[in-house]
Design a protein around this ligand. Structure first.
Ligand SMILES: Nc1nc2c(ncn2[C@@H]2O[C@H](COP(=O)(O)OP(=O)(O)OP(=O)(O)O)[C@@H](O)[C@H]2O)c(=O)[nH]1
Ligand SMILES: [Mg+2]
Length: 448
């Protein structure tokens, strides 16, 4: 899970101060010492750490702590705000052209994730903003690079502009923009070539493309897992190309968080998106505050809700709410809902977004792991339609048959039935209490 190591250490170091009604200077000193170590261990740039700790210390021992909340909580608030600031403060959105198309150029080292992110970004723009992007294959050095982008275009049913490996990247980019105008594509995303290291030839080529097409955004794509190397690469690219934003990929595999926490401070360029997996829908707009909350174990309910809303259509949600209210929610509905939640992303990522969930025993170690969900699915799928609609008809022989059919044992079948019945009771209570206040169809995630 993203930031796991850093999150653990930071949470430990602020844990002690959390409940304190009185925070002494010595307490703050002890905490900031531990925070400093946690950040250094996370491979955060040492200068960034130094400044960060200094600011937290100043604010935490100063006036601020004395007001409202408990002093302990106030200190944590200071840490959260400073972390948020460190990552850029406000969310930074894509700059848009006055007259379409908006042109985005992707640059970065080999394997950083440019091509994948080109596809993800196009998907995001269509799904969230109703845009119709044109993808441009300007990496002419490997035929495979063009194929890769074309495959992504196929998966997304989106147009890809390419001219094979003989054409010049600058011409490709220019012609692509022309075509976008003709075909009313409102975004053009240019995938460029990467190199193993920053080299002159690459920079020349990128500079040429940039100065010719004058993109609205030049996104530097960096691999979060490379930590301080990513920061150094970002510095170099930024010096030479004056990038406008950073896309941090592979955050899903980054337990340390050094790049995420240093890049903005070092380059002064905002992180605009984060890659959270290989799939085309695993790109998130980067929200510094939400990220800080995740790191501090405060969860990220907003992202969770957004993910849920992206997966569930409004009508379905309404139907579901009605079923919850009149208690006609069946095991089939349960199965369907479970499928939707699984579409939202890997469970451990989702659990990390639930406030306090990481403190709940078992949850953190993903006790509700993907396997367990597979088992639940198998059990429900082994039931007859009638059983799914009305589990009360279940008897010993039915349970035995279901256990056998799903390769589980009877006690697991029993446990599932019990959980389902408890859940139904809870739903009824919740939906009745909430009355008309339900949010957007009142979609709940009762079993999470
Ligand atoms: N886990 C994970 N993998 C990613 C992410 N983004 C990209 N990848 C993987 O990283 C690998 C390299 O991605 P590409 O998009 O081909 O990288 P590139 O920058 O285009 O590479 P070159 O074209 O060789 O310069 C692929 O296997 C991707 O699936 C991410 O956010 N998370
Ligand atoms: Mg590529």
């Amino acid at each position: 899970m993203a930031f796991e190591g850093l999150a653990d250490r930071l949470q430990n170091s602020i844990q002690k101060i959390k409940g304190k009604g009185k925070v002494t200077e010595a307490d703050v000193k002890e905490m900031t010492r531990e925070v400093r170590l946690a950040l250094l261990e996370a491979d955060v740039n040492f200068k960034v750490v130094k400044d960060f700790v200094k600011r937290v210390k100043e604010r935490a021992v100063g006036q601020e702590v004395m007001q409202s909340l408990t002093p302990g909580q106030q200190v944590i608030k200071v840490v959260k705000e400073e972390l948020t600031d460190l990552m850029g403060g406000e969310q930074s959105k894509i700059a848009v052209a006055n007259r379409p198309p908006t042109v985005i150029m992707m640059v970065g080292l080999q394997g950083a994730g440019k091509t994948t992110t080109t596809g993800k970004l196009a998907n995001h723009l269509r799904k969230e903003h109703n845009k119709s992007p044109l993808l441009v294959a300007a990496d002419v050095y490997r035929p495979a690079a063009i194929n890769q982008l074309e495959t992504l275009g196929n998966q997304l049913s989106m147009p890809v502009f390419s001219k094979g490996t003989e054409a010049n990247p600058v011409d490709i980019a220019q012609e692509a923009i022309q075509q976008a105008k003709e075909n009313h594509n409102d975004y053009v995303i240019i995938d460029t070539a990467g190199r193993l290291h920053v080299d002159e030839h690459l920079m020349d080529e990128l500079q040429q493309i940039r100065s010719t097409v004058n993109p609205n955004e030049t996104f530097l794509v960096v691999d979060a897992m490379t930590g301080q190397d990513a920061v150094n690469v970002a510095e170099t690219f930024n010096e030479q190309l004056d990038v406008t934003g950073v896309v941090l990929t592979k955050l899903d595999g980054d337990t340390r968080g050094g790049a995420a926490l240093s890049i903005k401070a070092v380059t002064e360029k905002p992180i605009k998106f984060a890659g959270m997996g290989e799939k085309l829908d695993q790109l998130e707009p980067f929200h510094p505050e939400r990220m800080a909350q995740r790191i501090l174990g405060m969860g990220d309910v907003l992202t969770l809700i957004e993910k849920a809303q992206a997966e569930v259509d409004e009508d379905q949600a309404k139907e579901l709410e009605q079923k919850m209210k009149d208690a006609s929610f069946t095991l089939d509905d349960f199965l369907e809902q479970m499928g939707q939640v699984r579409n939202m992303g890997p469970l451990d990522e989702l659990i990390g977004m639930i406030p306090g969930a990481d403190k709940m025993k078992g949850l953190k170690n993903a006790q509700i792991d993907e396997n367990q969900l597979n088992h639940i699915e198998a059990i429900i799928q082994s039931m007859t339609k009638k059983e799914r609609e009305d589990p009360s008809i279940m008897n010993a022989s039915r349970k035995k048959r279901i256990a056998k059919g799903s390769g589980r044992n009877v006690s697991e079948v029993n446990r599932l039935l019990k959980q389902f019945s408890d859940m139904k009771k809870m739903m009824k209570q919740m939906t009745n209490q909430k009355g008309k206040k339900g949010k957007k169809g009142g979609f709940n995630l009762p079993f999470m």
